[in-house]
Ligand binder design. Structure first.
Ligand code: GLA
Length: 392
């Protein structure tokens, strides 16, 4: 078992013990995620290629006899108390990820018959595009499913986590992040079909490749950002395309040629968003073929194309992300790089030749500091299994 994993799980259990003066009866782990390619395609019924990683949120829980729920955020040293009947939105953003899941479960008749104490925390950096919020939501549902023997499938838990994000956090996200946290598989990418909510695993165990994330340190807040607006623009595009071809139910069904043909009927923004998504669908398919053929060079080229599309057409990048990608674009030893996740900050994902990784990380860190005056954190990540019970 990975050392970080055991250390983090036992730190959270220790904090639980100190806070609640009792021992947890259940410990679970919910990982963050990376996404190799297929960005902003999940809520357009398209395909994505994420994986769960060795950065995770850990939960310790113990059932109570009464209906009180006590939630403790170890990393923030903050807490909130509620009960099964009173589960309104909180002013504390972190608490809404948890309360949102409790609420969605109860609304759907889940037999959560009594309260519980919970402590959580971990090493998924917040607002860095590794889906800390989805890890919290997925882990919360997974833990309650386990503790109360609710009998829900991982897919049902992913949908509940997504609803919590929509209804309590206010971000109309797709399902990719929760799905990855719940369905992750060590050394595999998840090729997820977001229309049919089915997946296949693609092996990703290249001994010679490091997956490195550079964090811009620019915190994105998807709720406050233009994420929901992008989604609306895509929906507007579908309305226009549907008039020309009723078989187009979402952007997944359209090609870039369809979008070009309807360009004069769209605003410039709607056109650019639709053009990006339809191009990304094509890239995603090509990238899967490249991976199946072990062709990392082609895979990397497609990652750069995705970045350029996200930056110029989808307009969800920022100066810092563009800087990090441009820095490695022509470096020997880097197969590909791009901004990852919703955008407006967070991390870039880079596929780097392992023998060059140290040197490239040093160069990038230095250049970033020279440019912006502070260091870009980096993470060399491993692909892991999804939500698991640590003990209990
Ligand atoms: C965020 C959302 C996901 C997905 C990505 C962009 O991470 O939570 O559902 O839309 O952005 O691909």
């Amino acid at each position: 078992m990975n050392q970080n994993f055991t250390m983090n799980a036992s730190l959270i259990a220790k904090s639980f013990q100190e806070k609640f003066n009792s021992t947890p009866t259940l410990q679970v782990k919910a990982p963050g995620r990376i996404n190799l390619i297929g960005e902003h395609t999940d809520y357009n019924d398209g395909f994505v290629l994420p994986a769960a990683i060795d950065k995770a949120i850990y939960f310790s829980l113990r059932p109570r006899e009464d209906d009180q729920i006590r939630l403790y955020a170890v990393d923030l040293n903050d807490e909130i108390n509620l009960n099964l009947q009173n589960r309104k939105k909180s002013k504390k953003a972190w608490a809404n990820f948890l309360i949102g899941v409790i609420n969605e479960l109860l609304e759907r008749g889940a037999q959560i018959t009594h309260g519980f104490d919970l402590a959580f925390g971990g090493d998924v950096p917040l607002g860095a595009g590794m889906s800390s919020s989805a890890a919290i939501e997925s882990g919360m549902g997974f833990a309650l499913n386990q503790m109360f023997q609710l009998g829900l499938s991982r897919l049902q838990l992913a949908k509940i986590a997504q609803l919590a994000e929509h209804n309590f956090a206010g971000v109309k996200c797709g399902i990719m992040d929760m799905y990855a946290s719940l369905f992750g598989k060590s050394e595999h990418l998840i090729k997820l079909d977001c229309r049919y909510l089915s997946h296949e695993y693609l092996p990703f165990s290249f001994d010679e490749v490091s997956v490195v994330l550079f964090n811009t340190g620019v915190k994105h807040n998807l709720a406050d950002s233009a994420y929901n607006k992008r989604r609306e623009e895509c929906e507007r595009g579908v309305e226009i395309l549907k008039q020309r071809n009723p078989d187009i139910l979402s952007l997944r069904d359209a090609t870039s040629d369809d979008v070009n043909a309807a360009k004069s009927e769209m605003t410039e923004d709607v056109y650019k968003r639709c053009f990006f998504v339809t191009s990304e669908t094509r890239r995603m398919m090509e990238a899967t073929d490249a991976l199946n053929n072990q062709n990392l060079i082609r895979f990397g080229e497609l990652m750069y194309e995705t970045h350029d599309g996200l930056s110029q057409d989808y307009e969800v990048s920022c100066t810092e992300l563009d800087f990090l990608v441009n820095l490695v674009r022509d470096k020997t030893g880097v197969f590909g790089a791009r901004m990852m996740g919703g955008g407006f900050g967070g991390c870039t994902i880079n596929l780097i030749d392992k023998s060059k990784a140290r040197e490239i990380i040093c160069d990038v860190t230095k250049a970033y500091k020279d440019q912006f005056g502070f260091e870009a954190e980096h993470f060399e990540v491993c692909i892991t299994d999804g939500c698991t019970v640590v003990s209990g």
